[in-house]
Design a binder for this molecule. Sequence first.
Ligand code: UT7
Length: 350
Amino acid sequence: MSATPTDRSAVLSGVGGWLPRRKVGNDELADRLDTDDAWIRSRTGIRSRHLAALEEATSDLAVEAGRRALANSGADTADAVVVATTTPDRTCPATAPLVAARLGLTGAAAFDVGAVCTGFVYALAAGAGLIISGVASRVLVIGADVYSRIVDPEDRQNAVVFGDGAGAVVLRAGHASETGAIGPFDLGSDGAHEDMITVAAGGSRLPADPGRTSHAERHFAMRGKEVYRHAVARMTDSARTVLNRAGLDVQDVDRFVPHQANLRILRTVAADLGLHIDRCATHVETAGNTGAASIPLALAAGHADRALRPGDRVLLTAFGGGLTWGSCLLTWPALPPTAEPPHHGEESAS
Ligand code: UT7
């Protein structure tokens, strides 16, 4: 059965996740920063996060997640690789072509998407667009970040919040009526607030010349309290918008998979939407905020522990620097069990 232009859709056909081996508990951070486990848990819900080794870059995590998603989908090819990241291996070139080459996909279209913590939802929309427009018939969409490379390890606000990781999904061409079909989407931005989440130096505006820039300008900065308020408002609005677009009510949502920024934000957004917290995927407790990786990692974890069941209506909602936000609906497909769960790290010494 061939799809007509109107019913051709991107269908999710595989998922995978990868966390670096080193697991860092709150007590290990409290040993060197002016913080403690009780503060971190009460303000963020985070108990531990995984941090990349010094020699591990974003592409290394992305390749592991991508390999798992492809294996889960039963395919070993893709026409396009889209990597959402805020921490590319290098400023130039993009990370996606290297990831494609390392996965044996040389020749595939490959590009990065920069939408900070909303990056995965934007990349999913880009991947779905490539399929719906007929440019590609299978796309690997990866969210991968190594925030520990841009967060100042002495910055107690951000060092406790962020973790490193990668998650990936495979999209294939199919029909809008199939389980696994992706869409509709809602995407938005407000660049008037570019300073709310930023690494000020290192781009064309302010090159990261140590003589001309401060230590703070060369590291990740976030106005936490303001971001918190915007995150709650934008995620709630965007989730409602995409539900309206689909003609659905919030009670039609079986699993809500929001960007894992902070457990309090997730609980507030779920409550504001009128969704019971039991329907909300929470992965932040053991991975922290992994940026563009957080939603696909939560999908991989939800698939591994069977919180996501075939036919479930799933709502993805994200918010991040830019400011950017976005939401997407999909039905969860029947996928083979994943060979390996995304969590495999060692316990921290403390
Ligand atoms: O992923 C993209 C989107 N990101 C987000 O959505 C993150 C949104 N923001 C947040 O998650 C929270 O704002 C944080 C977790 C980052 C901070 O939590 P908060 O409840 O907003 O704390 P705060 O910034 O208002 O700080 C309260 C106090 C301050 O002390 P004073 O001024 O009241 O004396 C901070 O200096 O807590 C202090 N503080 C800490 N204390 C112990 C900040 N970080 C720490 C820390 N340990 N790690």
